[in-house]
Design a protein around this ligand. Sequence first.
Ligand SMILES: [Zn+2]
Length: 77
Amino acid sequence: MLFVVFNRCFVRGDSNGVLSCLERERLEQELTEARSRGRNLSRLRNLTPFERAALEGRERGAQARLKDHDAEHGCQR
Ligand SMILES: [Zn+2]
């Protein structure tokens, strides 16, 4: 596994030679987790408006961080 720093991002070259930013991967995972947690919880029971707002806020936050990262690092591909 090759690790290099590119545009201040740690990137990893995978077997296809594609570089991916580790920080971006982490943020994407955070967003995916926030989404699936919301889905799972709302399947289990009815969420209170407060819980729903908290979950949506979490998802929006993760989305915003990903967008900021893209804007700042320009590493999305
Ligand atoms: Zn990056």
